[in-house]
Design a protein around this ligand. Structure first.
Ligand code: SDX
Length: 430
């Protein structure tokens, strides 16, 4: 850390407060404000727009340049040349695996894909028409009941086993959420298949016949998982870190991340994008919806547009758009009307002063739904798919925190409620 300093001069006193400034490998410097409480001050930053909550070495984002690096490797290079499990290894261990390390990692994940048979009974407590994300929250949270006693979070090996179990089992549980919703039998994992082939097998296979997995769809699924793997200190990752900072079981922390991801402002946006495109229905109605998105009196927003960090294009959206073209072409669906609406909507929005001035570009969720729909994933499962891809990022951040020096996260507030006052007995109240 450097020895640069910032100074705050306080009104009404001559006090000057010196604060240390730290520089990272890349990105903005940070001001250490920890000593402000000693001067009777808090920082105030609702939504954490200007707050660095931690130090991390996992993912770097430059919102102005549209840069996304995982352990230093650009997302477009990983999407082009790597695969999801190799990227999982990179996020968890910090380096790309050798061939032997990769083979070993794949084997361990493949041999942890089954869930305890009792897990199947959890599903029976839900209605068949429950949203799959609601079921996912419940079942992943329940995993902590199965591993609570065998997990010492201060033990590196225990944390590694928890990481393997979560990366390996989350697709199995996700597919179970889908099968439960359509009244079909759960499919056991097939360890002869790759991670994404296995997921499609568990989603669309039936006990009545052998699964026929399209390599095109498996490749598209793998790319979707890879592009969702991690994204710095987003809302759900910050939730996992905050839950983990109390020493909670990692399975419970991941369930907390799933809950935070569900919101339409975050991971729930991919489902909302598809619903929006279907509601627009035709390119002739795009202008009407763009006008609504610009109208301050209308709560409607263009789903899949805008980002807290990216004020230029989201590099994942760029790769996702290319993948959408490839997948639809290979499936003979290149004339998909929703893709036509999405592309025209992007063109119109990016020429509109409102979106240009507010730096609103398509984000990761704008095109992902089109690919998921082409693969045959129902819209209600889109955020579940996001959660499957992101679990490795959540667990990598949880592990980075727990393996280092951390304290329980406990923000303060600007209190604007009532000053102290005395209790009034009921009979004296008017
Ligand atoms: C993800 O953080 C991450 O990294 C998240 C994520 C990840 O990988 O983890 O990248 C995944 O969550 C992507 C974002 C998915 N959400 C959506 O697509 C929902 C639609 N977008 C927005 O609701 C919004 O853009 C957010 C939530 C993404 C960002 O919100 P911010 O940073 O708090 O920005 P804001 O709401 O303050 O908006 C700034 C201005 C506002 O106008 P003014 O008040 O300044 O006049 O831009 C406007 C907003 O009204 N605006 C939009 C808009 N998004 C922002 N107007 C119309 N349509 C939109 N989509």
């Amino acid at each position: 850390m450097t020895n640069k300093k910032a100074t705050i001069s306080l009104p009404e006193t001559d006090a000057n407060i010196e604060l240390s400034i730290y520089s990272g490998t890349m990105g903005p410097d940070v001001v250490d404000v920890g000593s402000l409480t000693g001067h009777g001050l808090f920082t105030y930053d609702p939504g954490f727009v200007s707050t660095a909550s931690c130090e991390s070495q996992i993912t770097y984002i430059d919102g102005d340049k549209g840069i996304l690096l995982h352990r230093g490797y650009p997302i477009d290079q990983l999407a082009e040349s790597s695969n999801y499990l190799e990227t999982c290894y990179l996020l968890l261990y910090g380096e790309l695996p050798t061939h032997e390390q990769y083979e070993q990692f794949v084997s361990v994940i493949q041999n942890h894909t089954m869930v305890h048979e009792q897990i199947r009974t959890f599903f029976n407590g839900f209605r068949r028409d429950a949203h799959p994300m609601a079921v996912m929250c419940g079942v992943v949270g329940a995993l902590s009941a199965f591993y609570h006693d065998s997990l010492d979070i201060s033990n590196e090996r225990h944390r590694e086993i928890a990481a393997y179990r979560l990366v390996a089992k989350i697709p199995t549980i996700a597919a179970m959420c889908y099968k439960f919703s359509v009244g079909q039998p759960f499919m056991y994992p097939d360890n002869q298949l790759s991670y994404s082939e296995n997921f499609l097998h568990m989603m669309f296979g039936t006990p009545c016949e052998p699964s026929k997995i399209s390599p095109t769809l498996a490749k598209a699924m793998d790319r979707i998982f890879l592009l969702h793997a991690d994204h710095e200190q987003n809302a759900s990752t910050s939730t996992v870190r905050l839950a983990g900072s109390s020493g909670a079981n990692p399975f419970a922390c991941i369930a907390a991340g799933i809950v935070a991801l569900w919101g339409p402002s975050h991971g729930g946006a991919n489902e909302a994008v598809l619903e929006m495109l279907q509601e627009i229905g035709d390119v002739s109605r795009i202008d009407e919806y763009v006008a609504r998105a610009k109208d301050k009196e209308d709560p409607f927003r263009l789903m899949g547009f805008g980002h807290r960090v990216y004020k230029n294009f989201d590099p994942r959206a760029k790769v996702m758009k290319e993948s959408a073209d490839e997948v639809l072409q290979e499936l003979g669906k290149e004339n998909d009307p929703l893709l036509a609406i999405a592309k025209r909507l992007e063109e119109i929005a990016l020429e509109d002063d409102y979106f240009i001035s507010k730096k609103l570009y398509p984000n990761v969720d704008f095109y992902s739904g089109i690919i998921l729909k082409a693969i045959g994933i129902p819209t209600s499962m889109f955020t579940v798919i996001f959660a499957v891809g992101r679990t490795v990022g959540w667990i990598a951040h949880w592990n980075e925190m727990i393996s280092g020096n951390y304290r329980i996260g406990r923000p303060r507030q600007l209190y604007t409620g009532q000053a102290q006052r005395d209790f009034v007995p009921m009979k004296k109240r008017s």
